[in-house]
Design a protein around this ligand. Structure first.
Ligand SMILES: *[C@@H]1O[C@H](CO)[C@@H](O)[C@H](O)[C@H]1NC(C)=O
Ligand SMILES: *[C@@H]1O[C@H](CO)[C@@H](O)[C@H](O)[C@H]1NC(C)=O
Ligand SMILES: *[C@@H]1O[C@H](CO)[C@@H](O)[C@H](O)[C@H]1NC(C)=O
Ligand SMILES: *[C@@H]1O[C@H](CO)[C@@H](O)[C@H](O)[C@H]1NC(C)=O
Ligand SMILES: *[C@@H]1O[C@H](CO)[C@@H](O)[C@H](O)[C@H]1NC(C)=O
Ligand SMILES: *[C@@H]1O[C@H](CO)[C@@H](O)[C@H](O)[C@H]1NC(C)=O
Ligand SMILES: *[C@@H]1O[C@H](CO)[C@@H](O)[C@H](O)[C@H]1NC(C)=O
Ligand SMILES: *[C@@H]1O[C@H](CO)[C@@H](O)[C@H](O)[C@H]1NC(C)=O
Ligand SMILES: *[C@@H]1O[C@H](CO)[C@@H](O)[C@H](O)[C@H]1NC(C)=O
Length: 546
C-alpha cells in the first residue's frame, strides 16, 4: 500500500543501546547472507551434467485435478508458522490469523454466498482456459507511515533513557528486539508462492498441452513481485527448468509508468491523502473506538512510554508481521478476540474506502486489467489507451499473446481489490457503505477473504456442454466461487456461471462507463457522506468540479 515514506534507517538513528532498561542490542535489520566464503574450486562440486548417471526420466501425463478429482484440496496449512492465540481465547476456536485482513495468510474461503459451489469444473462442462491473478506472498512491512518500525523506534528511544520498564503481559518488551526487514518476501511468503505454483500445476497442468509458444506470465518490477513470480514458476515448472520453460514479463512499477498491475502509478487522485487516503482516515475513526479498552488495560504495564491508540494498532501489526516473518509473535496474545475482530474491521474499512467499492478511483484503477481480460477473451487488441493500459506491452503478441490456455499475472492487494470493484462484483458490496463507529451485523466485505497474502483470483473459461466451444466464465476468489449476479445480464447460477458473451458485453459496458481520466485526475473532493458502492466518483455530483 502507498504510505508516506519514512525510511527504516530512522530506526538505526534512534537506536542507542539500552542503559538502565535492558533492551538487548540486536542486529536490527542488517543481517547479510551469504557470509564472505572461502572460494572452493568448482571441480569439487561438479554439476549434474558433469556427474551424469541421472537414471531414467519418464514424465508421465499432465494432471488436471480441477476436472478429475472428486473434491477440492483446501489451503489451510500455515506450516511453519505457529498459530497465535488471543488473550482470552482457546487457540483452537479463535484463529487470530484469519482476522488480520490483508496480513492474513491466504486460506480457502468457504463461500461468498454460493454454498455448495465448488472450484471443481461443474459436471457436464469442460475447461478451456484459465486466467490467474495473484497477490505476492507474505512480506515484511512496507517502509513508511505507521507500523512495527515506528513502534520499535518509540520503544528503543524510551529504553535508551531512564525510567523505562515493562511488566505483566508487556514484560517481554524489556528484552524484545526488532528483527523485521522491509518490503521483500519472507521465507513463508516464498513458500506460499511455490505452493501456489505446485497447486496450479496439479489442478490446471493439462492446459499446457494447448500452448504452441512458451507461456508469457507477467509481474511487476518490485523485488517481492519478481520473487513471487519466480517462486510460482519454480513450483509450477520445477527448479531444474523453470528459467527456460516460460517467459517472465516484468512490467516497470514506478511513478508515471502505465502498468495495469500497478495502476496507482498513473492515478494521482488515488495517492492523495484527501481522496485515496480516505480509507486510512475512516479506519482511524474506528481504531480510536475499538482499541480504547486495550489502552486502559495495557498502559499501566509500562512506564517511560505513554501508549497511544496508534501504538496499540502498531502492536497488532507487529503480531501480524512477526508471525509471517519469524513464525511466532508475543504481541498476538496481548489482544482479545474482540480486539482482533476490531482490527479485522479496521482493515475492512481501510480497503472499502481506500481501494474498494467506496473509493472513487477504484474502478478506474481496476479497469485496465478488465480491458486486458476482454482483449484476451475476444482475441482483439486494445485500441483505446485511456487508462493504465500500456500500449507498448499489449500491442505486441510477443509480450501480450492473446491465445494462451493459461494466463498468470501477479499484483498487489490494493490492486486486486480495485479490479474486483471494476468487475462490478456487487455481491461483495451488498452490505455497504460501512459505518466507522461499530461493526455491522451483516457484512459482505472481508479483506482477509479478498486480499490476504498469496490471494488468487481464478477466471475459468468453460464449455458447457463439454463438447461445445467456450460458452461460460466464472470467477473463484481464494477457492470461493463468486456470484456473478451483480454483473449486468448474468443470471443467478448455483455454480457461479455466466454466459461468456453476456459477461463480455457487460464488461465492455463497464469499460465504457468508467471514466479513468476524470476519476484519477479531476479536482474533486471525497464525497461526505460517502455512499459510493461501485468505485466511481458519482456522475451526479460532477457539476461544479473541474
Ligand atoms: C566481507 O568482504 C567485504 C569486502 O572484502 C568486507 O568489506 C567485509 O567487511 C567482509 N565481511 C565480513 C563479515 O567479513
Ligand atoms: C510501458 O511499459 C514499459 C515496460 O514496463 C515501460 O518501460 C514504459 O515506460 C511503459 N510506457 C509508458 C507510457 O508508461
Ligand atoms: C506521559 O504523559 C504524562 C501526562 O501527560 C507526561 O507528564 C509524561 O511526560 C509523558 N511521558 C512520556 C514518556 O512521554
Ligand atoms: C499511458 O496512459 C495514458 C493515460 O491513460 C495514455 O494517454 C497513454 O497513451 C498511455 N501510453 C501508452 C504507451 O500506452
Ligand atoms: C504473432 O503474430 C504473428 C502474425 O499473426 C505470427 O506469425 C506469430 O507467430 C505470432 N507470435 C506469437 C509469439 O504468437
Ligand atoms: C441481516 O440479514 C438478514 C438476512 O439477509 C436480514 O434478515 C436482516 O434483517 C439483516 N439485518 C440487518 C441489521 O441488516
Ligand atoms: C454494476 O452493478 C450495478 C449494481 O448492481 C448495476 O446496476 C449495474 O448495471 C452494473 N453494471 C454493469 C456494467 O454490470
Ligand atoms: C476510453 O475511450 C473509449 C472510446 O473513446 C470510451 O468508450 C471509454 O469509456 C474510455 N475508457 C476509459 C477507461 O476512460
Ligand atoms: C481544486 O478545487 C479547489 C476548490 O474549488 C480550489 O481551491 C483549488 O485551487 C483547485 N486546485 C487545482 C489544482 O485546481
Amino acid at each position: 500500500m502507498l504510505t508516506p515514506f519514512i525510511l527504516l534507517s530512522a530506526l538505526a538513528v534512534h537506536y542507542v543501546s539500552a542503559s538502565s532498561a535492558s533492551i538487548v542490542a540486536g542486529a536490527l535489520t542488517t543481517f547479510q547472507y551469504p557470509p564472505n566464503a572461502t572460494v572452493v574450486p568448482s571441480s569439487y562440486f561438479p554439476d549434474e551434467n558433469q556427474v551424469g548417471y541421472g537414471g531414467p526420466t519418464p514424465t508421465g501425463d499432465e494432471a488436471a485435478a480441477i476436472e478429475t478429482a472428486p473434491a477440492l484440496s483446501k489451503v489451510d496449512d500455515i506450516y511453519p508458522l505457529v498459530a497465535p492465540a488471543a488473550a482470552d481465547a482457546n487457540a483452537k476456536e479463535f484463529d487470530v490469523l484469519s482476522y488480520l485482513g490483508n496480513y492474513s495468510p491466504m486460506k480457502s474461503v468457504h463461500s461468498f454466498g454460493l454454498p455448495g459451489a465448488s472450484p471443481l469444473v461443474p459436471d457436464g462442462c469442460g475447461l478451456n482456459q484459465v486466467h490467474l491473478l495473484h497477490r505476492h506472498g507474505a512480506r515484511y512491512p512496507t517502509t513508511g507511515g505507521i507500523g512495527p518500525a515506528a513502534f520499535a523506534t518509540k520503544i528503543y528511544s524510551a529504553a535508551s533513557g531512564s525510567g523505562f520498564s515493562a511488566k505483566g503481559d508487556l514484560e517481554f518488551l524489556n528484552t524484545w528486539t526488532y528483527k523485521l526487514g522491509a518490503e521483500i518476501l519472507t521465507p513463508f511468503g516464498r513458500e506460499q508462492m511455490f505452493t501456489l505454483g505446485v497447486g496450479f500445476r496439479v489442478q490446471y497442468g493439462d492446459l499446457l498441452k494447448g500452448f504452441h509458444d512458451l507461456p508469457v506470465f507477467r509481474t511487476t518490477s518490485e523485488d517481492r513481485m519478481v520473487d513471487s513470480a519466480l517462486n510460482f514458476a519454480a513450483g509450477f515448472f520445477g527448479v531444474r527448468t523453470y528459467e527456460t520453460d516460460y517467459h517472465q514479463l516484468i512490467m516497470v512499477e514506478s511513478g508515471g509508468i502505465n502498468n495495469t498491475l500497478a495502476p496507482f502509478e498513473v492515478c494521482p487522485n488515488s495517492n492523495k491523502a484527501e481522496i485515496g487516503g480516505q480509507g486510512t482516515a475512516m479506519a482511524e475513526k474506528w481504531i480510536a473506538v475499538y482499541l480504547e479498552p486495550a489502552a486502559k488495560r495495557l498502559a499501566p504495564m509500562i512506564t517511560g512510554v505513554n501508549l497511544t491508540i496508534t501504538d496499540l494498532f502498531e502492536m497488532q501489526l507487529t503480531c501480524a508481521y512477526e508471525t509471517v516473518a519469524l513464525g511466532y509473535s508475543k504481541f498476538c496474545s496481548l489482544f482479545t478476540e474482540e480486539e482482533w475482530t476490531g482490527f479485522e474491521y479496521a482493515i475492512d474499512l481501510q480497503f472499502w474506502y481506500g481501494n474498494g467499492p467506496g473509493q472513487p478511483t477504484s474502478a478506474a484503477l481496476g479497469v485496465g486489467y478488465v480491458q486486458e481480460l476482454v482483449s484476451r477473451l475476444t482475441q482483439t487488441r486494445i485500441t483505446d489507451y485511456n487508462s493504465s493500459v500500456n500500449g507498448t506491452i499489449v500491442d505486441s503478441n510477443i509480450t501480450f499473446p492473446l491465445n494462451q490456455p493459461i494466463f498468470v499475472d501477479a499484483s498487489h492487494d490494493t490492486v486486486i481489490a480495485s479490479i474486483l470493484t471494476a468487475f462490478n462484483f456487487t455481491s461483495l458490496a451488498a452490505n455497504g457503505p460501512l459505518p466507522t463507529d461499530h461493526i455491522p451485523v451483516n457484512r459482505s466485505y472481508y479483506v482477509s477473504q479478498i486480499a490476504p497474502f498469496a490471494t488468487r483470483l481464478v477466471g475459468q473459461v468453460l464449455s458447457c456442454p463439454a463438447s461445445e466451444k467456450a460458452s461460460h466464465i466464472r470467477f473463484i476468489l481464494n477457492d470461493g466461487v463468486l456470484p456473478m449476479t451483480g454483473i449486468k445480464g448474468c443470471k443467478e447460477d448455483k455454480s457461479g456461471l455466466c454466459e461468456l458473451p453476456t459477461f463480455i458485453r457487460s464488461m465492455q459496458e463497464r469499460i465504457g462507463e468508467v471514466d479513468f481520466a476524470f476519476d484519477c485526475n479531476a479536482n474533486y473532493t471525497f464525497p461526505t457522506p460517502d455512499n459510493i458502492i461501485d468505485g466511481r466518483y458519482p456522475p451526479s455530483l460532477r457539476n461544479g468540479t473541474a
